[in-house]
Design a protein around this ligand. Structure first.
Ligand SMILES: C[S@@+](CC[C@H](N)C(=O)[O-])C[C@H]1O[C@@H](n2cnc3c(N)ncnc32)[C@H](O)[C@@H]1O
Length: 207
């Protein structure tokens, strides 16, 4: 149901600033409320953090090439798709919203890549069996940010690399982050081309 709705009502558009990736993106005519009934359809747009991270990976494919990747809080799946286009061995897109999982499936197919999906909240779990965790724009809520930071800490302790894309959300744990790059990225809600930017950070081990 969600997959058919997305394919029929959200036009396939180039991700802002990333013409190589096309994403089913909501417009005022999409009638999203018919699908989501009060939930936040974050998956229906590309967020600045994910856009910066996707650009970063596509420009530096060695970060993910041949490696197992987890896209945490995948939304549309933009970052997982970028990872597969950059040569990742395997990408798992995880989101707590079932509609996001449907969107990832539709978007991955539209871009001709295989992305595994999981409808779950993994933040209380042990580190997953992956080589890299990619996190696009997940630090917009205090509790979510704290849970995410704890999860990423467990990942780092297991030797998993962690890259975060973020436009400066309120709860970004800057004391744990090392700035890697800054990329032009239009945030959701901004209009016009080339506005805004977002940063890519590596998550450091404690101490
Ligand atoms: C702001 S959107 C970012 C989406 C995408 N990464 C991007 O940059 O375009 C945040 C996403 O994280 C998901 N999310 C929120 N809490 C989560 C959790 N505990 N586990 C998994 N996904 C979560 C939301 O459903 C939403 O799709």
């Amino acid at each position: 149901m969600a997959r058919a709705f997305i394919a029929a009502n959200l036009p396939l558009q180039p991700a802002p600033g990333i013409p190589d990736i096309r994403i089913h993106t909501a417009t005022p005519r999409s009638g999203l409320r018919r699908l989501v009934a009060g939930r936040n359809p974050y998956w229906a747009w590309c967020w600045a953090g994910g856009l910066a991270l996707a650009r970063h990976i596509l420009a530096r494919p060695r970060l993910v090439a041949g490696r197992r990747v987890l896209d945490l809080g995948s939304g549309s799946g933009l970052v997982a798709i970028a990872a597969m286009l950059a040569g990742a061995a395997h990408a798992l897109a995880v989101d707590a919203d079932a509609d996001a999982v449907a969107a990832v499936e539709v978007n991955a197919k539209a871009n001709g890549v295989d992305v595994q999906t999981l409808h779950a909240d993994l933040l209380e779990d042990a580190a997953p069996a992956v080589d890299v965790v990619l996190v696009g724009d997940l630090f917009y809520d205090r509790d979510l940010a704290q849970r995410t930071a704890s999860f990423l800490e467990r990942c780092r302790l297991m030797g998993v690399d962690v890259l975060i894309g973020d436009p400066g959300r309120a709860f970004l744990p800057l004391d744990r982050l090392e700035l890697v790059a800054e990329h032009a990225a239009r945030d959701f809600g901004e209009s016009g081309a080339g506005e805004g930017s977002a940063r890519v950070y590596a998550f450091r081990k404690a101490g």
